[in-house]
Design a protein around this ligand. Structure first.
Ligand SMILES: [Zn+2]
Length: 264
């Protein structure tokens, strides 16, 4: 069985491999996740999903080395944040997808694990389709499994946004030694009177968007409620994310390659 780890392939293996495997590229961030979690949270969680998909569907995917930086200049008041401009990130990701298309891959999934990358990767996927003709899909992993997050969550609406219940529970499940809930505080900023502003990732967030400076809205970098997180719920969240992302990968593999029609 060929490895699903793109970086572990030889060039001959890349040449000969099934080009309808879905190539998964996780794009994340290096940024504050409250006083209770490390800067690498988005990368650890995104790669746990990607590698979980690879374990579930080893003949159907390849997992790229991740891009561990993202669009998050609004976080830079918190020490440690490394931010990439949106134009730079689009260009960088499109260079990766263009390389994959050059080698013959036809199906790419940009798997996002950092909120503000969502519009950036949406544009990168659209640009890839226009420039290369290959199938390139972008998805933020929490959107793929939001119903199942809501089945298992303990927090109220607003509890799952950034370093809140969802991320803290999964990191606790994966690497409890890197999470200190003793330092966590609930920062639920949800306004139940607003019809449009809602940043809860699993309950309709993002109908209307205003991304303020993070330091203006959160005293410690948290948005949500990590205090109710536990490892067993984290296991369920991660399992849901892996299963739904695997289902998406199988749909991507089944999509027809369509030809353009020039009607001039
Ligand atoms: Zn995060």
């Amino acid at each position: 069985m060929t490895t699903t780890d793109y970086a572990k392939l030889t060039w001959q293996e890349v040449r000969d491999i099934d080009k309808d495997r879905v190539v998964i590229l996780n794009v994340s961030a290096t940024e504050d996740h409250g006083p209770h979690m490390p800067l690498d949270t988005d990368t650890v969680l995104g790669m746990a999903v990607a590698n979980g998909v690879a374990a579930a569907a080893p003949e159907e995917v390849l997992v790229m080395p991740p891009v561990p930086y993202g669009f998050n200049e609004h976080h830079k008041d918190f020490p440690g944040v490394i931010w990439i401009g949106p134009e730079t990130l689009i260009a960088f990701v499109c260079d990766i997808t263009r390389s994959l298309a050059h080698h013959g891959f036809r199906r790419i999934l940009l798997l996002n694990s950092h909120g503000s990358n969502h519009p950036v990767l949406d544009l990168a996927a659209r640009k890839t389709v226009i420039e290369t003709g290959v199938i390139c899909v972008s998805a933020s992993y929490w959107n793929l499994c939001s119903e199942r997050i809501n089945e298992h969550r303990k927090s109220e609406t607003g509890g799952i946004a950034h370093a809140g219940e969802f991320e803290a529970a999964m990191y606790l499940h994966l690497h409890p030694e890197h999470v200190d809930l003793g330092k966590a505080a609930a920062q639920n900023l949800h306004d139940p009177d607003s019809r449009f502003f809602n940043l809860d990732l699993a309950r309709g967030g993002g109908r209307a968007m205003l991304m303020r400076w993070w330091s203006a809205v959160s005293p410690d970098g948290t948005m949500g409620d990590p205090t109710v997180a536990d490892a067993e719920t984290g296991r369920k969240f991660l399992e849901a994310a892996i299963e739904e992302t695997t289902a998406l990968v199988r749909e991507i593999r089944a999509l027809p390659i369509l030809e353009r029609v020039d009607h001039h």
